[in-house]
Design a protein around this ligand. Structure first.
Ligand SMILES: Nc1ncnc2c1ncn2[C@@H]1O[C@H](COP(=O)(O)OP(=O)(O)OP(=O)(O)O)[C@@H](O)[C@H]1O
Ligand SMILES: [Mg+2]
Length: 563
């Protein structure tokens, strides 16, 4: 007998679930997609414990008959496509007939549903992917799907779930993506019994942007739009000064589907051109409409990647839309000019140590008065482009990145002081009110201890706002509080590997408080920086892991000059 068997449907579903259901947010995504495909104009989402314990999505869409509702849990049963040809032009968010069976194989799923024109609805409770109880029930028009105890029967997957807070953040992001993409749908989000969002339906995308991403966001946008042939792009980009340090605020919708598209991102970036500072990512929201046959969403189980048929045309339409947006906005240039502010927040006002010896460890403070006759010859520091410091050494030249070096110094000072006690913040006479996005609110909660330990005192203040009452001692000026936005962005950056929350925040504060590229330094300041850098535990890299110093040896120079 041969060794190959056809898998039981239940096993096949479990395997598919491995791809389709990664975490509560992916369940939420599938359920809301189904509601949208069913033509819902009202969608209500309930989460408990970030979705780990419960995800419930109710809609007022088409609903299902009893037969359809039972079929919906069978693998590859879908009302959305019929033939292979239909796959060529997918006009709905779902098309595989995989989501419900996959979810039901890894969680307890209950469904209530009633089609428009029927009096009674259907209730189905599933267990291990199969309907266990089916009955007639009175229920409102539309569908309600309840998913409980995700991965209860797959302990290995459950272990990979992150904290409730992290899972909640992912679910929240998913919710916001839908809310932004469909302003004409009324959305509600309730988390652990508390209403987080109630978004009334609106024709205005800007209103939806304001309601979901905040006033600050909605006040920094530039409208864009362009069409070439049947490809149309419209939406909003943000002013260059609003660009962030990490991606994650790029909302691209292709025929209503939220996607990740390197092609579109590249076109947007090109459109910004020189307006964009290196390493910054502008938030934007773009709606691309194209004939369905020109886009294939069937290339990854997440349905979030797409392949375009006319990549060139898409690229150019997006690029043109962004460029035109800028041209129009340029009539008021002050509105879009990048605000690269080089605030001087240098704190290197320490007295210089008498011996300018570059050693790795701190030399103990000299006991006797400095002996000028013993002093080493003067070291000259050269500041290049107000960014790097050059200094001659026995073996060649050292080049120091002034910002990275100061970051390292401050970081170690912060950690050193934390050993004895929390830092006492500088109290503000007039607290600063700051608007926060829901994601930022979550980050603040998640990092509350670390942030407070380092001297911030913050308090929730109305919905979507916080009060800053004190800020860390290392930060020279708090200004309008924008720095906290930057810190929150920094500490959630996926590029940073530091697992210790306190250290993550400390590194970010050090970065904000450190001198910047562009700050002019005096000989004495440069010398101080050198002394302090080489007195740190780890002078050769900044807390984010980038080098602070590089050495160009004479050997290398000679080699490069062919000597
Ligand atoms: N909220 C809903 N309202 C009405 N019908 C629904 C709803 N949810 C699911 N269905 C029906 O159940 C079917 C199966 O849903 P499921 O999500 O498993 O597959 P799909 O949406 O067709 O494809 P995909 O796997 O890509 O999501 C759908 O095709 C649809 O007919
Ligand atoms: Mg679906």
């Amino acid at each position: 007998m041969g060794k190959i068997r056809v898998l039981d449907e239940w096993v096949a579903n479990r395997i598919a679930a491995g791809e389709v259901v990664e975490r509560p947010a992916s369940v939420l995504k599938e359920l809301v997609e189904n509601s949208i495909d069913a033509g819902a104009t009202e969608i209500e989402v309930k989460l408990e414990d970030g979705g780990i314990r419960l995800i419930e999505v109710s809609d007022n869409g088409d609903g299902m008959t009893k037969e359809d509702a039972i079929l919906a849990f069978r693998r590859h049963s879908t009302s959305k496509i019929q033939t292979a040809d239909d796959l060529q032009e997918i006009a709905t968010l779902g098309f595989r007939g995989e989501a419900l069976p996959s979810i039901a194989s890894v969680a307890k799923v209950t469904i209530f549903t009633r089609p428009q024109n029927e009096q009674m609805g259907t209730y189905i409770l599933t267990e291990n992917g199969k309907p266990r109880e089916i009955s007639e029930t009175g229920t409102r028009k539309g569908t309600r799907v309840i998913v409980e105890n995700l991965f209860y029967n797959v302990p290995a997957r459950k272990k990979f779930l992150k904290s409730i807070r992290t899972e909640y953040k992912h679910s929240l992001n998913t919710f916001i993506r839908f809310a932004l993409g469909y302003p004409n749908i009324r959305f509600q989000l309730i988390s652990n019994g508390k209403e987080v969002f109630l978004l009334l339906e609106t024709d205005s995308i800007t209103k939806r942007i304001k309601d979901t991403l905040g006033t600050d966001f909605s006040e920094n946008i530039i409208e864009v739009g362009h069409s070439i042939d049947e490809i149309s792009v419209k939406g909003f980009i943000t002013k260059p000064s609003f660009a962030r340090k990490s991606r994650g605020y790029d909302y691209i919708y292709v025929n209503g589907r939220f996607v990740k598209s390197p092609l579109v991102s590249a076109a947007v970036k090109n459109g910004y051109g020189a307006y964009l500072q290196k390493g910054r990512f502008p938030p934007y929201i773009l709606f691309i409409s194209i004939p369905p046959e020109l886009v294939d969403p069937n290339i990854h189980p997440s349905k979030m990647a797409v392949r375009f048929k006319r990549e060139d045309a898409i690229f150019h339409t997006v690029l043109k839309a962004v460029e035109k947006g800028f041209q129009k906005a340029k009539t008021t240039p002050e509105k879009i000019a990048p605000s690269i502010s080089f605030k001087k927040s240098i704190t290197t006002k320490r007295e210089p140590t008498p011996h300018r010896v570059i050693t790795k460890k701190a030399s103990p403070p000299p006991q006797e008065e400095p002996d000028f006759f013993r002093m080493e010859p003067e070291i000259n520091f050269y500041q290049v482009h107000n960014m790097f410091i050059f200094v001659e050494t026995k073996n060649g030249i050292l080049v120091v990145d002034q910002h990275a070096a100061h970051e390292r110094v401050l970081y170690e000072q912060v950690l050193e002081r934390l050993k004895s006690a929390s830092l006492t913040g500088q109290r503000l006479l007039f607290p600063i009110v700051l608007e926060m996005t829901p994601q930022e609110m979550e980050t603040i909660k998640e990092y509350k201890d670390a942030i407070e330990h380092l001297g911030f005192e913050t308090r929730a203040y109305g919905s979507g706002h916080i009060l800053i009452e004190a800020f860390p001692p290392f930060i020279k000026e708090i200004g309008n509080g924008e720095i906290l936005h930057e810190i929150l962005e920094d500490i959630t950056s996926p590029e940073i590997e530091e697992p210790d929350k306190l250290k993550r925040v400390a590194a970010s504060i050090a970065c904000k408080a450190a001198i910047k590229a562009g700050d002019k330094l005096s000989q004495r300041e440069m010398q101080n920086l050198f002394d302090m850098l080489f007195a740190t535990e780890n002078p050769f890299s900044c807390p984010h892991g980038r080098p602070t110093v590089i050495e160009l040896t004479l050997n290398e120079l000679e080699r490069r000059f062919g000597r």
